[in-house]
Design a protein around this ligand. Sequence first.
Ligand SMILES: Cc1ncc(COP(=O)(O)O)c(C=O)c1O
Length: 395
Amino acid sequence: MSSNRVATRIAEIPFAGIRKVFEKAARLEADGVKVIHFEIGRPDFDTPGHIKQAALEALQQGMVHYTANSGIMELRQAIAESIQRYKNLSYDPATEIMVTAGGQEAMYLSLQAILEPGDEVLVPDPGYPQFSSCVKLAGGVPVPLPLKPEKNFAPDLDATGTLLTDRTRAIIVNSPHNPTGAVLTSGQIRNTCDFARERDLLILSDEAYDRILYEGDDFLSPAAVPEMKERSLVWGSLSKTYAMTGWRIGYLAAPADVVAATIKMQQNVMLSVCSFAQAGAVAAIKGPQDCVDRMVNEFDRRRHAILEGIAKCPGLSCDALPLGAFYVFAKHDVPGWTSASLADRLLEQAGVAAVPGTAFGTHGEGYIRISYATSHEDCMDGMERIVRCMTELIR
Ligand SMILES: Cc1ncc(COP(=O)(O)O)c(C=O)c1O
């Protein structure tokens, strides 16, 4: 058999940088090292009890079959109500919403549904690495769009001149943002919408962290800007809001033709999302929301612990105050050290697993991402270790 068993288009997709750090950390742990996990973007909380109960009851009542490819109507309705409540946007649950296996599947399937081979998509740099991979897997070309640290990591729309071609189809927006924790102001969202409208682009809005906001309610979905709903695709998720990463529930909210095409993709990928997980998701959205407030308050406490640690740490600083998600993108200034070599040093010497900024694009050089989706105690311990390690490096 030929040695080329793997298709080139897959071989060209990089192995996730975050996973590399995770695996290295696991090897250290196997050798008995206590590692602080600042690399994982996964809330450490348990899923609230009433959500688990609803899934258990559905299972006991025999909800064990395939559902509609687009998900159960009750969940689509709940998602539409939630979008109405939190984003002031109206979607028809019958035609404009589909349930997906996490926001990740919404991204993958809908990019397959909309891109022609060679279509170009502006992706934030630094940004969630799967944006580029999913664009490539759909036959498109990701074009890194630099974010401006001095402007709260908003996309540098002035720098797009050379990046735009007649193949540019879409721009990806992600607020609150992974890896920086930045939340775009309503003015910045409106500017991005104007930019998309003037150039006839689609806006692909990843709203996985839409409920994890710390200061004020300044969240605006691009789809809620007048005249933008028709050119917007929203990728939503229950993973982070309700500590449900393992349940795999997300959604696509988009114009009906895009949803219909994405359902055809689903018919060839998952068929349908896990039935009793969908029942749990209904309880998550329709049930009490104080569990979300509690988790966000705890994330906020941890955010302060990380920021206080950075304020005390030689060689680390923060360009922009993170206002959402659960990440701090810390800038480092240690002559001769790249973000990859510094992240390695922190792991090997201090037992702290953080992700090099370059795992999120070339504009991530000079930064490390710290995720505070781990306990407050570990946040304090991790920052003390980082301060000690950086103090030694800089001496
Ligand atoms: C920006 C962003 N989008 C999407 C996802 C995927 O989340 P899920 O598929 O669990 O909804 C993640 C996960 O970390 C993310 O950070």
